[in-house]
Design a protein around this ligand. Sequence first.
Ligand SMILES: N[C@H](CCC[C@H](N)C(=O)O)C(=O)O
Length: 259
Amino acid sequence: MNIHFYKYQGTGNDFVIMDNRDGAYDQLTNEQVHFLCDRRFGVGGDGLMMLNKHPEYDFEMKYYNADGKPGSMCGNGGRCLTAFSRKMGIPGEKVTFIASDGPHEAIFRENGWVELKMQDVDWVEAGPLYFYLNTGSPHFVKPVDDVQSLDVYTEGRGIRYNERFAEVGTNVNFVQQLENGIFVRTYERGVEDETYSCGTGVTAAALTSAGQEAKTYTVPVQTLGGPLEVRFTKSGERSFHDIWLCGPATLVFEGNINI
Ligand SMILES: N[C@H](CCC[C@H](N)C(=O)O)C(=O)O
């Protein structure tokens, strides 16, 4: 099969993307997705997405992790697929799409950033020195003092494969409070490694970094792959709405591959 693919990245979280509005890639197997995401034998990416047709939304987002299995929601992926939808001719300053966790809207900003609206969050498990919540994907969030010197692969893997999470897995975020904002590093399930940035993880870390006060917060976020921003309204101790993940989403290259 000949595949015409596009490679996008959002703060270094990178994706192989295909236009599947005619269903041409419906038969792609998990093994083929895994191969395409492989950095040595394939194209290379943290995940793969398809732009699918949908009767009620501008498009449907189908997301696979680099291991080839269908993943849950991907925030950076949603922003990149939104940028891709414009390249494919879907019009408007604003698009709507449906993903594994429900409907989303996204807005193009003049500086090239894409703002993606995330689902409301109304449940957060707050444990001793950790939080656990779902922002479209499950996220364990651990505040640390010095995120730069941390061995994210080993520490993250230890949590992802512990007794509680081994079977279904979780993404694991380490977050350091900065003078203005936070620095987040993430071990991603399905990639089974640290990635340069994880949008749903950054969102989870921003929500749990908010103060007690019920109000609207804007949190600047640093990742290994560059800056993001998360805006949201905190309405109760554990409830958040109007959550927006904002940042760049860039085409790297396009090409063809025979598999
Ligand atoms: N990189 C993604 C998260 C992918 C989630 C995936 N690792 C899973 O748990 O299925 C993001 O930007 O939100």
